[in-house]
Design a protein around this ligand. Structure first.
Ligand code: SF4
Length: 332
């Protein structure tokens, strides 16, 4: 039996100080991922600093006008149900509701969702080599069971995917993560928040040590109201994405003024397909153009031995979502 100190913080500075003073401390939000990892011995914190009572809950209008600010401890359920999120960023609501179960969404926080760890089975089993868990130990997935691992953005050191649905929609909408440390406040665009795998898969984000995520800002957007999130998974009840797509189109006079495409379930981080978006801007979204954009989105894919199916699946899913948004799904 190991002892774990528990404290409930009511001020951000108290939480930051508690974590700064104990190298083994972890912030505790809803605990829907961290507690599971503790049960398996993957995480062994000496102190849990409960952040659920911090004044970081709720969704509000951005002070600069336009856009929303989502408090870090807002529950996934409250985020999905917020009327302005539903109206202005429907793909975000759809993404959140596609993740986990109602009970888990009631507990899980926005920051916890972004910072959840991969569900690679080898990461969760101490008996297997895993560079993400123990740097330099190897990667059991590369020659092992990897049909649901990455086809983009992986390295020979790790081929795991990021499990968040919410982060995929946030990536499509150019969200910005705000954080605080004892030295002050900072912000990181979500597109840069998750670090490329490279040779250090144990390092997953650009957050400074001890930083506490305080909010996520969603800039005002003409493209976001016409958006969709679709997810393919291995079973109808809750499961992590095999492939998912968050897409949005802003149309004027039959042409695409702006397009957003982000993919989940295929890389170590939400995968924004900017070159595919560029193929659509200023063009009529004909079936041929949409198909070309979908193929471009997966153009750099490097599937593993057993997951080439994901490339075709992702192309078809991007094609289907864009066609639905463009209103051309019956034109082929
Ligand atoms: Fe670990 Fe990544 Fe390899 Fe999975 S894919 S075993 S998380 S190093």
């Amino acid at each position: 039996m190991r002892e774990i100190a528990y404290q409930r913080a009511t001020q951000v500075r108290d939480a930051l100080t508690a974590v700064a003073n104990d190298a083994g401390a972890r912030y505790l939000g809803g605990g829907t991922n961290l507690v599971d990892l503790m049960k398996g011995g993957i995480e062994q914190p000496t102190r849990l600093v409960d952040v659920r009572r911090l004044p970081l809950d709720g969704v509000r209008e951005h002070a600069d006008g336009g856009g929303l600010v989502i408090g870090a401890t807002t529950s996934n359920s409250d985020l999905a149900a917020h009327p302005e999120v539903r109206r202005r960023f429907p793909a975000l609501t759809q993404a959140v509701l596609a993740g986990a179960s109602g009970q888990l969404r009631n507990m899980a926080t926005v920051a916890g969702n972004l910072l959840q760890r991969t569900r690679c089975g080898y990461f969760a089993q101490l008996s297997h080599a895993c560079n993400k868990r123990v740097p330099g130990s190897g990667c059991a997935a590369i020659e092992g069971i990897h049909h649901n691992h990455a086809v983009l953005g992986h390295s020979r050191h790790c081929v795991a995917t990021h499990p968040s649905d919410m982060a995929v929609a946030l990536a499509a909408f150019d969200a910005v993560v705000h954080y605080e440390t004892l030295d002050g406040v900072g912000e990181i665009p979500l597109s840069q928040f998750y670090t490329p795998v490279g040779d250090s898969p144990d390092r997953e984000t650009l957050l400074p040590a001890g930083a506490l995520v305080t909010s996520v800002a969603l800039p005002a957007s003409a493209v976001s109201p016409r958006s969709r999130y679709r997810k393919v998974r291995e079973r109808a009840s809750y499961a992590f994405a095999t492939v998912s797509v968050a897409a949005a189109l802003d149309m004027r006079d039959g042409e695409v003024r702006d397009a957003r495409i982000a993919l989940g379930g295929i890389a170590s981080r939400p995968w924004r397909a900017r070159s595919a978006e560029a193929l659509l801007r200023g063009a009529r979204p004909t079936p041929e153009r949409v198909r070309a954009a979908a193929e471009e989105a997966l153009g750099e894919a490097e599937p593993l031995r057993d997951n080439a199916y994901k490339v075709a699946l992702a192309i078809n899913l991007v094609d289907a979502v864009l066609s639905e948004l463009a209103g051309t799904e019956n034109d082929r």
